[in-house]
Design a protein around this ligand. Structure first.
Ligand code: OOG
Ligand code: MG
Length: 257
């Protein structure tokens, strides 16, 4: 078997993200397995850290049927979030910084204690300091936003930016909260927090397990994004995007050229 140069591919994908230029997906002889994909992800993150970025948490992917169906994959994945990806609540992003960005409605957790390994959703929630509505801006570095599961993992699971609303007490019942994502004040996607694995706390427990499997830390102060509750929607310049989550308030951002 050919050995895959994870360092080279990591830098290649980091460069695609940095320059907002799409690259072909890895197919045939260029394809790699899931472990290798996470090692490539790690190499791309190392390049970000080298530039002075800091890890602030982790995002879960494909935790809802809607997301799996939209992208044609059926396994949960994770990616890493850095401080450079955090957009302030009410702030803006520039289309020019992305290849073909999309946005999806999510729930964010803020940890007060580390989580790692196998734990129940209840145990995971015990480590939560606060919860908030969140919008994730995903941007695949692959042409036409098309990828295999291993491709997307190598590409840091399409992480590119995220916005988090005001933090709320963690005893807020997250089981079935209405979520409305609006474009310029008109409902664009409507869903429920229950779409996220039946309960977003399950995504948090899965994050602890995936982090342990990948040798990653989820420390106190880390933010975990639970995954899109609905399919993602394409962004364009001039849009104002907002998300209202029942009992958790709202968050939003604008898109410029
Ligand atoms: C991969 C990232 C998936 C989610 O919330 O399910 C994700 C993608 O759809 O490009 O962020
Ligand atoms: Mg997401």
């Amino acid at each position: 078997m050919m050995t895959v140069d994870t360092q080279r591919i990591g830098l290649f994908l980091d460069n695609a993200a940095r320059t907002a230029k799409a690259v072909p997906q890895f197919t045939g002889d260029d394809a790699f397995d899931l472990d290798t994909a996470y090692r490539i992800q790690q190499a791309s993150i190392a390049a970000r850290l080298q530039r002075g970025e800091r890890i602030v948490g982790m995002k879960m992917g494909f935790t809802s049927r809607a997301k799996m169906v939209q992208m044609g994959v059926s396994d949960m994945i994770c990616g890493r979030l850095t401080d450079a990806m955090l957009v302030e609540d009410g702030g803006s992003i520039r289309m020019a910084d992305f290849v073909h960005p999309r946005v999806e409605p999510e729930i964010a957790f803020l940890l007060k204690r580390p989580i790692s390994g196998r734990m129940t959703p209840l145990q995971a929630m015990d480590a939560v300091e606060a919860v908030a509505p969140a919008l994730e801006i995903i941007d695949s570095r692959y042409e036409a936003f098309k990828f295999s599961l291993t491709d997307v993992v190598a590409d840091n699971s399409s992480s590119s930016a995220f916005v988090v609303g005001a933090w709320h007490r963690p005893d807020t019942d997250l089981a079935n909260l209405g979520m409305v994502m609006s474009f310029d004040g008109r409902a664009e996607a409507i869903g429920s927090s229950a779409a996220i694995l039946g309960h977003p706390a399950r995504s948090l427990a899965a994050a602890a397990r995936l982090a342990a499997e990948q040798g990653l830390d989820l420390e106190a102060g880390a933010i975990v994004l639970a995954g899109g509750a609905t399919a993602a929607s394409a962004l364009k310049a001039g849009l104002h995007v907002s998300l209202e989550v029942q009992n958790l308030g709202a968050t939003g951002f604008s898109v410029t050229e």
